[in-house]
Design a protein around this ligand. Sequence first.
Ligand SMILES: Nc1ncnc2c1ncn2[C@@H]1O[C@H](COP(=O)(O)OP(=O)(O)OP(=O)(O)O)[C@@H](O)[C@H]1O
Ligand SMILES: O=C(O)C1=C[C@@H](O)[C@@H](O)[C@H](O)C1
Ligand SMILES: [Mg+2]
Length: 176
Amino acid sequence: MGDAVEPPTTIGLPVVLIGPMGAGKSRVGARLAASVGAPFIDTDARVEGRYGPIDQIFTREGEEYFRIVERELVAEALHAEAVISLGGGAVLHADTRRDLADLPVVWLQVSADAVAARLAGGNRPLLAGGGLTRWTAIQEERAPVYASLADLTIDTSRRSVARIVEQITEHFGGTR
Ligand SMILES: Nc1ncnc2c1ncn2[C@@H]1O[C@H](COP(=O)(O)OP(=O)(O)OP(=O)(O)O)[C@@H](O)[C@H]1O
Ligand SMILES: O=C(O)C1=C[C@@H](O)[C@@H](O)[C@H](O)C1
Ligand SMILES: [Mg+2]
């Protein structure tokens, strides 16, 4: 017998990743996309590509304006056959919640303890001056919304990115 060869895995697309800041949406999304050979869209990156750095949008135009431009990019992204990582607050928009009701959605969770190290050095305007206390308040406020949209929930606190990717692929995918 030769070495066992893993069959390539595939998943139905799109798959959408949601969850709070630092949960791993960007990192897991990129790895998942590479693993199944799908395009990867990070809506924060799309916003920055079109409108510039997110922290500057918050400073200059405010959060309300950011949510409007974010929605525009999210609406575009959700039409793609891709792995799509949404900004942490994208689910605050009612139209986005409506769109997500019909799509496969993964909620990446993370505990406050685990996220502390992950948030270090980041550029997250909503946490400016508030840090982990603010993160916890935002996460608690949004948890019911994330829960209402999720088809699969994964606590990333003590899981490797590779294992999270495997779990998503097992849940939504198959072999070809
Ligand atoms: N499962 C994991 N285990 C350990 N570290 C992780 C894990 N997932 C992500 N990280 C790290 O945590 C940090 C935040 O991850 P990432 O940027 O993917 O989060 P995010 O959900 O996209 O956050 P945001 O909403 O702010 O964009 C990064 O440094 C990333 O490498
Ligand atoms: O949780 C949020 O509201 C945010 C998360 C990030 O992904 C960015 O979209 C932005 O910093 C706002
Ligand atoms: Mg991200």
